[in-house]
Design a binder for this molecule. Structure first.
Ligand SMILES: Cc1ncc(COP(=O)(O)O)c(C=O)c1O
Length: 354
């Protein structure tokens, strides 16, 4: 088997995660709020009236119409994927040849690197400046010097939560020769999309998802917004029926009822502010500003905090220490009582282990 597998796949670790068996799960930046019951019932009715023996719509026309209503981007400038994960795969399939360069800032979303590895591309990861400030000039230099095919900008960034100023995004778009993939998976938590830049920049592609603010990680629905030319290229590599009929139906219901669903954003944003204030008051913790539904902080007590929470059946995300990082934690906002419990446990660890 070793002789058959592509060399660059050998080093990859399979993404096999256990089903969450915890009382509180805040490690994957999901919404803590389930989809409203009356909308689930509407979905069941729709499914009862759907022929499941037929393939789904290959190009999801109803969903595109709803996405146009939500984003303002014409249907010809939108393509959907089984999560934005699949869109990242499609971007690689369409644009990245073995040996090509892709550039991203780091730390950021792991799938950019995984797909670069699968594509046998060279991935240049530009370190943040001290204090987790994205190195915009460093990114421009890396993309220009190597004629990079792709420049990823994650905004708000996962895991640090930082936001790129629109001026910096424009500076990068003006300078680099690459396809600029702006990942807006968490944009609803910040509130200001850069979708207006699509009109001027044909090499800009924006990734979005229903997994986060819409609370629909379970249905796997992401979408990309771009210029018709770029979207047409992505359609060439799209699998014939990549969005199953259940996903398409539920996504349409979600978008039609977005005012109700997105009301949860206000709760989560208020929780984020409260949690940041609590953490900022703790000694030995450096909290970073977040435009997202999660908070990222650095501390030498990351392992103790992770273990203490795990003992109480709470799962957060811990990042291992490195030379530039004493250890760090990211957790997404749960329901208010859940956040309170998490913060109390963090406080206990910080004071007891002082
Ligand atoms: C920055 C970023 N982009 C994309 C994704 C993938 O989202 P999806 O569920 O749409 O595949 C995630 C998921 O955590 C993410 O953090």
């Amino acid at each position: 088997m070793e002789k058959l597998v592509r060399k660059n796949i050998e080093s990859l670790v399979a993404y096999k995660v256990d089903a969450p068996q915890y009382d509180i799960v805040v490690n994957a930046n999901e919404s803590p709020f389930d989809f409203p019951m009356q909308l689930k019932r509407k979905f069941c009715d729709d499914i009862c009236n759907t022929d499941l023996n037929r393939y789904p719509e290959a190009c999801f026309p109803e969903l595109l119409a709803e996405l146009t209503g939500y984003t303002g981007v014409p249907q010809e400038g939108i393509i959907c994927g089984s999560g934005s994960d699949e869109l990242i795969a499609m971007i690689n399939q369409a644009f990245v040849d073995p040996g090509d360069v892709v550039v991203s800032h780091t730390p950021s979303f792991a799938m950019y690197d995984i797909w670069a590895t699968i594509s046998n591309a060279k991935h240049i990861m530009v370190d943040d400046l001290p204090g987790h400030i994205p190195d915009v000039d460093g990114l421009i230099a890396a993309a220009c010097d190597t004629q990079a095919k792709i420049l990823y900008i994650c905004n708000p960034n996962n895991p640090t939560g930082y936001i790129f100023d629109q001026d910096d995004i424009i500076k990068m778009l003006d300078a680099v020769p690459s396809l600029v993939v702006l990942d807006e998976a968490y944009i609803e938590f910040f509130g200001e999309s850069n979708v207006d830049l699509l009109a001027k920049y044909p090499r800009l592609l924006i990734l979005r998802t229903l997994s986060k603010a819409f609370g629909l990680a379970g249905i796997r629905c992401g979408y990309a917004l771009g210029n018709k030319d770029v979207i047409d290229i992505l359609y060439k590599v799209k699998g014939p029926y990549n969005l199953n009929v259940l996903t398409q139906k539920l996504a349409v219901i979600a978008l039609k009822n977005r005012t109700e669903i997105l009301r949860n954003l206000e709760i989560l944003k208020a929780e984020r502010l409260k949690a940041i204030a609590v953490l900022e008051a703790l000694p030995g913790i450096t909290v970073f500003p977040s435009g997202s539904n999660f908070i990222y902080f650095e501390t030498t007590k990351a392992e103790a905090i992770f273990e203490a929470l795990l003992k109480k059946n709470i799962l957060i995300k811990r990042f291992a220490e490195s030379q530039s990082n004493p250890g760090s934690i990211r957790f997404s906002m749960g329901k208010p009582q859940e956040n309170q419990k998490i913060l109390e446990i963090i406080k206990e660890v910080v004071y007891n282990e002082a």
